[in-house]
Design a protein around this ligand. Sequence first.
Ligand code: NDP
Length: 486
Amino acid sequence: MTTETITRFSGAFVDGREHANSGDPMPVTNPGTGEVFAEVAGGLAEDVDAAVSAANRAFADWSALAVSKRGEILGAAARHVEEHLDELVPVLTREQGKTLRDSRIELNKAVDTLMHYVGLSKSLRGVHTPNLDPGVDGMVLRRPLGVVGAIVPWNFPTTLLCNKLAPALVAGNTVVAKPAGTTPLTTLRFCELLTEGGLPAGVFNVVTGSGSRTGTALVTHPQVRKIAFTGSTPVGEQIMALAARGTKRVTLELGGSDPMIICDDADLDAAASAASMGRFYNCGQACLAIKRVYVFESVADQVIESIAARAKRLQVGRGDAPGSQMGPLHTAGQRDEVAGQVQRTLATGGTLLAGGAPPEDPALDGGFFYMPTVVADPPHDSPMATEEVFGPALPIWRVKDLDEAIEHANASQFGLGSSVWTRDLARARRAAERIEAGYTWINSRTKVYDELPFGGWKSSGYGKEHGEEAFDFYTETKSVVFGSAA
Ligand code: NDP
């Protein structure tokens, strides 16, 4: 039974103001209690059309501004958001489930990413090629694409949005975002704050609603020139197919099953700590997260014991409870999916060393909790080895050497991130060169840097986010030849 008061939201922010969506109300649930606390009207095709039309109208003026001016405006708007972080943090925790600490980390990172691209606005450059022929010069112009659709999942609603928003806006595009139906509130307020902070009307719009209806309407809208998507591989593949009509550009950041290799010469304590942080942060709901560990046999007992002990020590609790280190999963379905993957895996083999069930604490009943779980040596063809596990459950395997570890690491449809722990430079280099993934961390936690381009290989995606390279995915280039004739 719902005891929280239900607040109703109109569901969209279009052309600088609130817009009332026409669709049915969608519930927003607190993952820590299982209670519905808000309803947001879902967007239909006509609402998406209103947002895309506003973005299209705003495009001419926005794209005509000096790049540095766009950066200046976005920077001031981002600072305004930053001044309201205390207001946003509990909203994100309430709708997403993560701890207040993690909400603050996420929101700070989102603002940071906006500011990173504000800084880059003064260095966005094209190419000049002199003397192609005598008296003939070439130039490569960069032009924004137009209206960009940004489709964002629920695990990091604001950072994954800003990875798209920041380079898109600085490059001169306008944006319509669709957050996940289950995390609409922080994004709506974020958009409102950016507008209050000086972003012109129509430059950034939000329409909430379901993926199948609102998302599809955005992807298929004829005035949308590009879709930037983060989410599951099957939905990414559907979007890529839909975007083929109209030859739209796409960037896809999809699922992952990142391997971590721990060699016998590594700093084992630091590696175990990175494994625990990399797997259980955000309750394991991160695309870049340590999802498979391969540890050399000679040090395996020590490492496995250390990781399992860390998992058992983690304080599981509601996101807004003091001392919580790991919150609930985002939905009951997500929790059941992870529990099912663990059960199906253990049915085929492996040893359960921690977790494997929801918490016993009755105070957590109703929330979508699952204890941090560690499974040693399950079969290499079990679900935890072959599927993306999007929750707090970590399989660990013993391997005899680096070659065997790399072979298992690459035996996956995914190629998102990876990490290697060793003090041997030759080993580190060999692993970095041979692992099929868009990122390899060596003796480092799996932290994402705005400075470095990132995008998945294989079924983990297409295109790059972060880095100056992100601009390549929000601009078209045009070659211009200046001839010698008068
Ligand atoms: P989805 O891929 O279904 O959702 C991601 C976003 O796409 C949401 O905004 C969703 O909207 C939207 N969407 C869904 N279907 C369509 C569609 N047909 N057209 C356009 N947009 C659509 O991920 P889920 O939330 O269902 O998560 C499922 C699994 O995906 C997870 O268990 C995990 O394995 C993986 N995942 C990976 C992420 C990553 O960062 N790599 C992030 C999130 C999930 P709505 O939610 O409103 O339906």
